[in-house]
Design a protein around this ligand. Structure first.
Ligand code: ASP
Length: 325
């Protein structure tokens, strides 16, 4: 066990992925570990609203962001987080790298590993690719989203947003709506919300809600109005066309009619239900513009803000696990 793992206020068990210095998924974390990451992140929210945002907690550390899939929020957020913590950060995009010349994931990982990075943030279109990479490199690995498997920092930033607005996660009813089949955001959130004692409802067309979720005992609805009844949180998901082979929905117009969030469907939820979306949004497909931009109900911009604080916390905790300051 590392010195950091032994400290009294640190709840990370020695066999945890965090103790190995990785954040590969929410599955397997315990409630205390999640609360610990959220508490740390909470401390960075006000800090990030100050003019001077620079810290030196990760001074001398090198962070490489290796993104095999497009990203706006996650990559910018990890870059800002690393820089605000004082690390040297570089972004490796697939365009313009040897990956385009046919280099394998593991060869790329070993090449980068030889440059002694302390942290690798990896996004890949194949589920499981980030776990595989973590076994091959010496530094800390953070999953920035792998296929339809997990996107742990998204679930943590969603949890921080909810906790700040509602005071708690336990006991809330959260509806996750839309393209659940292709969503790593949904999977990470299902794990986190279950671990933290919230109730999860999945709502979407039968083609986009895998039967395996029902078999896991999750409450599934195929009707938005029924599914949204009295929920505290409405989490909308993007229709992930790029992961679909074949046709899952008749047309985007029809999809919006049945599954798109508008005020009429939202009226089934609690009057103070919070609206969330991980982005990027398809306005008029899974969410109406006026609902997305409702400053009283929508937490979508806040989710982005919480993303930086959560990623700063994750970088700090993982670096501490590997090499206590
Ligand atoms: N940005 C999220 C992800 O990378 C959600 C999405 O793309 O729809 O999974």
């Amino acid at each position: 066990m590392t010195a950091a793992a032994k400290s009294l206020d640190n709840p990370i068990p020695p066999n945890s992925q965090l103790a190995q210095g990785h954040l590969l998924g929410i599955e397997g974390l315990n409630p205390l570990e999640i609360a610990y990451l959220l508490d740390k992140a909470e401390g960075y929210v006000d800090h990030n609203r100050q003019v001077d945002k620079k810290l030196d907690l990760l001074k001398g550390r090198t962070q490489i962001n290796l993104f095999y899939e497009n990203s706006t929020r996650t990559r910018a957020s990890f870059e800002l987080a690393g820089k605000r913590m004082g690390a040297d950060v570089i972004n490796m995009a697939v365009e313009g790298s040897s990956i385009k010349k046919g280099e394998t994931l593991i060869d790329t990982a070993m090449t980068l590993n030889a440059m002694q990075p302390d942290i690798l943030v990896v996004r890949h279109d194949q589920s499981g690719a980030v776990n595989l990479l973590a076994q091959k490199v010496d530094g800390a690995v953070i999953n920035g989203g792998d296929g339809s498997h997990e996107h742990p920092t998204q679930a943590l930033l969603d949890a921080l947003t909810i906790r700040r607005r509602k005071g708690t996660l336990a006991g809330l009813t959260v509806a996750i709506c839309g393209d659940i089949a292709h969503s790593r955001v949904a999977r990470s959130n299902i794990h986190l919300l279950n671990i933290m004692g919230a109730r999860v409802r999945l709502i979407g067309p039968p083609t986009l809600v895998p039967k395996s979720f029902e078999r896991m005992g999750l409450e599934v609805h195929h009707d938005m109005r029924k599914g949204l009844k009295n929920v505290d949180i409405v989490m909308m998901l993007r229709l992930q066309m790029e992961r679909m082979q074949g046709s899952y929905v008749p047309s985007t117009n029809e999809y919006f009619h049945f599954w798109g969030l508008d005020y009429e469907k939202l009226s089934a939820a609690k009057p103070d239900a919070l609206i969330m979306h991980p982005g990027p949004m398809n306005r008029g497909v899974e969410i109406a513009t006026d609902v997305a931009d409702d400053i009283d109900r929508s937490a979508i911009r806040e989710q982005v803000e919480m993303g930086v604080a959560v990623r700063m916390a994750c970088l700090e905790v993982l670096c501490d696990q590997r090499q206590p300051r």
